[in-house]
Ligand binder design. Structure first.
Ligand code: FES
Length: 145
Protein backbone atom coordinates (compact mmCIF):
# COMPACT_ATOMS: atom_id res chain seq x y z
CA UNK A 1 0.00 0.00 0.00
CA UNK A 2 1.43 3.39 -0.99
CA UNK A 3 1.41 6.40 1.33
CA UNK A 4 -1.33 8.09 -0.76
CA UNK A 5 -3.52 4.96 -0.68
CA UNK A 6 -3.07 4.75 3.10
CA UNK A 7 -4.03 8.42 3.61
CA UNK A 8 -7.07 8.02 1.30
CA UNK A 9 -8.20 4.89 3.19
CA UNK A 10 -7.83 6.65 6.55
CA UNK A 11 -9.85 9.62 5.28
CA UNK A 12 -12.67 7.38 4.07
CA UNK A 13 -12.69 5.48 7.38
CA UNK A 14 -12.83 8.69 9.45
CA UNK A 15 -15.54 10.19 7.21
CA UNK A 16 -17.58 6.99 7.44
CA UNK A 17 -17.31 6.89 11.23
CA UNK A 18 -18.23 10.56 11.49
CA UNK A 19 -21.23 10.07 9.20
CA UNK A 20 -22.41 7.06 11.21
CA UNK A 21 -22.15 8.95 14.50
CA UNK A 22 -23.98 11.96 13.01
CA UNK A 23 -26.70 9.66 11.73
CA UNK A 24 -26.99 8.05 15.14
CA UNK A 25 -27.23 11.50 16.73
CA UNK A 26 -29.93 12.57 14.29
CA UNK A 27 -31.80 9.31 14.74
CA UNK A 28 -32.27 10.00 18.42
CA UNK A 29 -33.29 13.65 17.90
CA UNK A 30 -35.37 13.29 14.73
CA UNK A 31 -37.90 10.51 14.59
CA UNK A 32 -39.60 9.75 11.29
CA UNK A 33 -43.02 8.35 12.20
CA UNK A 34 -44.95 5.52 10.57
CA UNK A 35 -48.15 6.64 8.91
CA UNK A 36 -50.79 5.61 6.40
CA UNK A 37 -51.79 7.78 3.49
CA UNK A 38 -55.22 7.86 1.82
CA UNK A 39 -55.65 10.44 -0.91
CA UNK A 40 -54.78 13.67 0.94
CA UNK A 41 -55.05 12.38 4.50
CA UNK A 42 -52.09 11.12 6.53
CA UNK A 43 -52.95 9.01 9.58
CA UNK A 44 -50.30 8.68 12.26
CA UNK A 45 -50.87 6.28 15.16
CA UNK A 46 -50.91 8.21 18.44
CA UNK A 47 -48.38 5.67 19.75
CA UNK A 48 -45.78 7.23 17.39
CA UNK A 49 -45.75 10.26 19.69
CA UNK A 50 -44.43 8.22 22.62
CA UNK A 51 -41.08 6.62 23.28
CA UNK A 52 -40.16 3.97 25.84
CA UNK A 53 -37.05 4.80 27.87
CA UNK A 54 -36.33 1.97 30.29
CA UNK A 55 -39.53 1.53 32.29
CA UNK A 56 -40.86 4.99 31.43
CA UNK A 57 -43.00 6.03 28.50
CA UNK A 58 -42.31 9.62 27.49
CA UNK A 59 -44.13 11.81 24.97
CA UNK A 60 -42.18 13.11 21.97
CA UNK A 61 -42.47 16.86 21.27
CA UNK A 62 -42.67 16.15 17.56
CA UNK A 63 -42.32 13.55 14.84
CA UNK A 64 -41.34 14.02 11.20
CA UNK A 65 -43.07 12.70 8.11
CA UNK A 66 -41.45 12.31 4.72
CA UNK A 67 -44.02 12.61 1.94
CA UNK A 68 -43.18 12.17 -1.78
CA UNK A 69 -45.27 15.24 -2.70
CA UNK A 70 -42.96 17.57 -0.76
CA UNK A 71 -39.22 18.11 -0.95
CA UNK A 72 -39.14 18.85 2.78
CA UNK A 73 -40.35 16.87 5.79
CA UNK A 74 -43.55 17.74 7.58
CA UNK A 75 -43.09 18.26 11.31
CA UNK A 76 -46.05 17.29 13.50
CA UNK A 77 -45.83 18.81 16.98
CA UNK A 78 -47.61 17.32 19.97
CA UNK A 79 -48.36 20.35 22.13
CA UNK A 80 -50.79 18.48 24.38
CA UNK A 81 -52.89 15.33 24.28
CA UNK A 82 -55.46 17.13 22.15
CA UNK A 83 -53.42 19.88 20.48
CA UNK A 84 -51.24 19.00 17.48
CA UNK A 85 -49.84 21.17 14.70
CA UNK A 86 -48.20 20.31 11.38
CA UNK A 87 -45.82 22.53 9.40
CA UNK A 88 -43.65 22.10 6.32
CA UNK A 89 -39.97 22.39 7.22
CA UNK A 90 -39.14 24.72 4.32
CA UNK A 91 -37.87 28.15 5.32
CA UNK A 92 -39.92 30.90 3.67
CA UNK A 93 -36.82 33.09 3.26
CA UNK A 94 -34.77 31.08 0.75
CA UNK A 95 -36.04 27.53 1.13
CA UNK A 96 -33.43 25.96 3.41
CA UNK A 97 -34.60 22.94 5.39
CA UNK A 98 -35.41 23.93 8.97
CA UNK A 99 -34.11 22.21 12.10
CA UNK A 100 -36.10 21.49 15.25
CA UNK A 101 -35.20 23.08 18.55
CA UNK A 102 -37.87 21.81 20.90
CA UNK A 103 -41.07 23.62 19.99
CA UNK A 104 -39.27 25.97 17.60
CA UNK A 105 -37.92 25.58 14.08
CA UNK A 106 -34.64 27.30 13.26
CA UNK A 107 -33.11 27.92 9.85
CA UNK A 108 -29.44 26.94 9.62
CA UNK A 109 -28.87 29.25 6.62
CA UNK A 110 -29.62 32.75 7.95
CA UNK A 111 -31.13 32.18 11.38
CA UNK A 112 -34.87 32.69 10.94
CA UNK A 113 -37.00 31.16 13.68
CA UNK A 114 -40.57 29.90 13.59
CA UNK A 115 -42.98 28.71 16.25
CA UNK A 116 -44.49 25.23 16.25
CA UNK A 117 -47.60 26.84 14.72
CA UNK A 118 -45.52 28.09 11.79
CA UNK A 119 -45.43 31.77 12.73
CA UNK A 120 -42.27 33.78 12.06
CA UNK A 121 -40.54 34.62 15.32
CA UNK A 122 -37.27 36.06 14.01
CA UNK A 123 -36.27 37.42 10.56
CA UNK A 124 -34.95 37.52 7.89
CA UNK A 125 -37.96 35.37 6.90
CA UNK A 126 -41.13 37.49 6.72
CA UNK A 127 -43.75 34.89 5.86
CA UNK A 128 -45.17 32.15 8.04
CA UNK A 129 -44.55 28.49 7.21
CA UNK A 130 -46.96 26.35 5.24
CA UNK A 131 -49.22 24.64 7.76
CA UNK A 132 -51.63 21.73 7.52
CA UNK A 133 -54.96 21.02 9.15
CA UNK A 134 -54.66 18.47 11.96
CA UNK A 135 -57.40 16.49 13.68
CA UNK A 136 -56.91 14.04 16.49
CA UNK A 137 -58.93 10.98 17.39
CA UNK A 138 -58.36 8.40 20.11
CA UNK A 139 -55.95 6.31 18.05
CA UNK A 140 -54.75 8.50 15.18
CA UNK A 141 -53.58 11.99 14.34
CA UNK A 142 -54.87 12.98 10.90
CA UNK A 143 -53.01 15.54 8.78
CA UNK A 144 -54.63 16.95 5.62
CA UNK A 145 -52.07 17.66 2.90
S1 FES B 1 -33.15 30.50 4.08
FE1 FES B 1 -33.91 30.47 6.09
S2 FES B 1 -33.32 32.36 6.95
FE2 FES B 1 -32.58 32.42 4.93
Amino acid sequence: MTRNEFIRLCGITVAGGLGASLLNGCASAYYFARFEIQERKLSIPVSEFFVTQGKKIKPRKFVLLRIPQFNYPICVFRISATDYTAVLMECTHRSCELQNQGYYLVCPCHGSEFTCRGQVKNPPAEDDLKTFSVKSSEQFIHVEI
